[in-house]
Design a protein around this ligand. Structure first.
Ligand SMILES: [Zn+2]
Length: 440
């Protein structure tokens, strides 16, 4: 089954839902719209000028306290985990979640309203395969607070989870395969639960205006307070599984693996999602051709120099190995001790400056944008760099592979790219670079 091709899915039509926001207590309406292949899940803030959208990806994660918050620039969307859990588990890869507030309606504190919404909209297959992540070796994250998440190889997506409250009250365990059917029946109805001692300060500060026994179970000592009786004897651990599904959806991948979770929480779940996304990046970097022979698809130094105005010592691309479709490029730069920056960075211990790697990414991304615009009369100007990380030093003698992928473009005006540099099969640096196009 691991070899069968899985297609991406979206919703069949727009469907809507309204309710109360947990934090502000205000009325929110949410509309779920179909989206094209490779679109992913995006939240749209209909209440703000220009109606900005935020990609539901781990790179946009902003906060993990109590609920999961994503954002881009100054725009935020809070408490995304239940709607993301429902979309992911019900097989929806691409959709727009449009809202007129900064938070989806809390509903009854479960994912049930979202499952109903998705079923109302219908789920339809699209023509492109989805990104499936097969766990090949154990991965894990742990925290000082006894949280441990382990991801193990498995043919299906399975979660085994424990939950224990203060003083090990309500210790529970459940293990199950997550499919649309099991999620709908066993997980989606499980409601949020809170400990009275945790929420009392928030209630006093008026931080959960929309919070009530209608949308959460409150545990006070040994007592369970809720509007309706428990839906499952082990409802708490089921809700923990729900949150794991939602937070891991931020990795943007279909997981084929077994998550073993001890005392999970949003922070650790998000950390595992980040590890997954990083591993996926590493794998796709590895899967590209790193052989030097140059085919028709690549560009040699002379051709690169016809496009880029940069010259020695500022030309950071030796040649383009190839393009993959319209959106991806791989180039190479051999780093030699003769690079002038090594003289001062640092004498006796030559290391390639990180900014030069960013420059290399920008030049490679420009080559991709040039191919896209197919004109030399407009030029892409480097506007900003986000989420830049330098993971490993680059030394003289290293061969650096530079990958760039177009992630977003707005007409002829703006383009966003995700780039990373690879040396010896390891990502050494990465970043998201934004460009604007101007006439030359
Ligand atoms: Zn939750």
């Amino acid at each position: 089954m691991s070899t069968s091709l899985e297609l991406q899915h979206t919703v069949g039509k727009t469907a809507s839902l309204s309710g109360t926001s947990l934090h502000t207590g205000e009325e929110v309406s949410l509309r779920l719209h179909p989206a094209t292949v490779d679109h992913g899940i995006k939240f749209k803030r209909k209440d703000l000028p220009d109606e900005p959208t935020i990609d539901a990806t781990i790179d946009n994660l902003k906060m993990v306290e109590r609920a999961t918050t994503i954002g881009e620039g100054s725009v935020r969307v809070h408490t995304v985990e239940h709607v993301l859990a429902a979309l992911s588990a019900m097989d929806v890869d691409n959709a727009i979640v449009e809202m007129d507030a900064n938070e989806p309606p809390i509903g009854d504190g479960s994912a049930q309203p979202y499952v109903d919404l998705i079923k109302k909209a219908g789920v339809i297959a699209q023509e492109e395969p989805r990104k499936v992540f097969h766990v090949r070796e154990p991965m894990h994250v742990e925290s000082k607070t006894d949280t441990l998440l382990v991801l193990l190889p498995c043919e299906t997506f399975r979660i085994s989870c424990t939950q224990a409250g203060p003083n090990n009250r309500f210790a529970q365990f459940l293990s199950m395969e997550i499919t649309p059917a099991t999620f709908e029946r066993e997980i989606a109805p499980a409601r949020t639960f809170v400990y009275y001692e945790d929420v009392r300060p928030l209630m006093e500060k008026n931080l959960i205006k929309g919070g009530s026994l209608e949308n959460a179970i409150v545990v006070r000592g040994e007592a369970v307070l809720s509007k309706e009786p428990l839906r499952f004897a082990d409802e708490f651990v089921r809700h923990k599984i729900l949150d794991i599904v939602g937070d891991l959806a931020l990795a943007g991948l279909r997981i084929r693996g077994h998550v073993v979770a001890v005392k999970p929480g949003h922070a650790a779940n998000a950390e595992l999602a980040r590890a997954l996304a990083r591993e996926q990046t590493r794998r796709s970097a590895m899967s590209g051709s790193h052989a030097m022979p140059i085919g028709d698809a690549g560009l040699d130094t002379g051709e690169v120099m016809k496009i880029l105005p940069h010259r020695y010592p500022f030309l950071m691309v030796d040649r383009v190995i190839g393009f993959e479709g319209e959106n991806k490029i791989t180039a190479v730069k051999c780093i030699t001790i003769n690079e002038p920056f090594f003289q001062g960075h640092f004498p006796g211990h030559p290391v390639m400056p990180g900014v030069m790697q960013v420059e290399a990414m920008a030049q490679v991304a420009s080559l991709l944008l040039f191919k896209l615009t197919k004109t030399t009369s407009r030029i892409g100007y480097f506007m900003s760099a986000d989420s830049v990380k330098f993971r490993k030093p680059v030394f003289p003698g290293d061969t650096m592979f530079i990958h760039a992928e177009l992630t977003r473009s707005r007409g002829e005006r703006m383009a966003k790219t995700k780039c990373h540099c690879v040396v010896n099969d390891a990502v050494v640096s990465e970043g998201e670079l934004m460009f604007t196009f101007l006439d030359k």
